[in-house]
Design a protein around this ligand. Sequence first.
Ligand code: AGP
Length: 609
Amino acid sequence: MCGIIGYIGSKEAVPILLDGLKKLEYRGYDSAGIAVLKDNKIKIVKCKGKVAKLENLLEKDAPKGNIGLGHTRWATHGKPNDINAHPHNGCNSEIVVVHNGIIENYMSLRERLILEGHNFISETDTEVLPHLIESNYHNDFTLAVKESLKEIEGSYAIGVISTRDPGKIVASRCGSPLIIGIGEGEMFLASDIPALLIYTNRVIFLEEREIATITKDGVEIINSKGKILHKKVINIDWGEEMIEKSGYKHFMLKEIFQETMVIRNNLEGRINLSTKTLQPENLPLPLDRIKEIERISILACGSSYYTALAGKYIFEELTGIPVEVDYSSEFRYRKILLGKKDLAILISQSGETADTLAALRACRKAGSYILALTNVRGSAISREADSVMYIKAGPEIGVATTKAFVSQLMCLYILSLYFAQVRKTLDLSEINKIISELIKIPQMVEIILLKEPEIIKLSEEFHKYHNFLYLGRGINYPIALEGALKLKEISYIHAEGYAAGEMKHGPIALLDKTFPVVVIVPQDKVYTKVINNIKEVKARDTLVLAIATEGDKEIINIADKVIYIPKTLDILYPILSVIPLQLFAYHIADRLGCDVDKPRNLAKSVTVE
Ligand code: AGP
């Protein structure tokens, strides 16, 4: 997954391209480059390494020009090096391309183009694009791109410039996001909103296989058949300050401390805080659809999959509807048994995860009703779903998700309460009781965040270990999985989440004093079972950190260290227990000097298979 930025206007392109690449670096950062067109020449500067290294190169000798493209890469084909970095040009530097995605038939195209006399210098799939466009270029730049893309199998978001038509950028997408920013006498192209927000909040989201011809005065968009489209301009209401770090060391830490706010955002308009009742008028799905649902399938990847797992416990507990949960990447290749009475819920913060988009399309073919839970308006998943519930987390820049995770959980709680009310599986007093607790969650989160100093101290004690086991039971089992993922993805320490009851079926063989265990053990209906698990772990001399309920007097005599969270209803503990685990992972990774916002090998949104 990579980041693309483009500019055409009257300003110098390089500063704008660099600024955009810095904001897109979370999408991929193993190499970066820019291309600038001036006086019928295109100059390319690119290198292995992060955008900062490219910036140093440009300090000495930045090419002048008012039209350019930039790219920050997450390598798929061809290792990270100067030659494989984007942009890529064709045989005679007349056509230059940046690309995000995977061209699955690039080898056959490359072989054919070599036979036609084209010379390749990189190992990338992308390099076939400029050569293909050259071979299709007669006298119409847009047509050359359009004809070339017809031969591409796979996913792409591309920006193309050409010395043969120097006043234009041609762009297109299929499976990877691409946004056009509309300025005054200048236009922008980007993979994601943060890269262009300081210049304009007026954007057009390109849709599948649409082709944009961008000049400094505007854009013409056609579909794959060449028909001119009149696209809606969307005004993005994200403030610029939401993009910056606001004084935090990392975006991830800022986003953890935004969790109180985003939980409140998700309550607003959906729950009347004074009457403690739902506001159905702002909730997705028509009533008749909710009444006829016989089964729910929730599909997602990574942390979103863990919220889906928690969603199973929540929906089944409150609505009695059977719920199946699956990794999108597994679901999409299995025999799809869904039908018209099934509700498919696709959860994706970015709304662009390739496997989840493919799972959505499989559900579409099966005829299920599709509800998306996503954070990004105009994202592919939001556009292809029948209904969308926005998780209202604001831009999440840190690669490791935090505030979006709790926002997704909030949406699942509110949805389940709504379904329970419509299907009368809970009476109004029961719904009111849960809502009364749910609206206290923001201040409970505040209480937990105040414990950061004690978590920093714990990170000092725990950061030297190389293996962790995270345990949870029932609705807290998915939180054990998420806690382990948070630690491993930003600190590179091996951590495994497990159902506490399963520990005796294998993992306990791993335990000794070098292998700490983190246990989520609130005073819920399985408390004594988990206490027994902790005692079995302690019998192996293992260090135990417990996430426990405020007021629990027993736990401190059993676990070595305890982080207390406020008491609440059993079903609501996940949204509280995950927060100390996020802070714990963050401070261990920070203490180890890891690049917390941009962990190695990861990307914020995996738009390739
Ligand atoms: C979470 O910290 C990871 N960055 C990753 O597992 C992520 O949750 C996954 O890639 C799904 O992303 P999505 O929610 O945008 O679909």
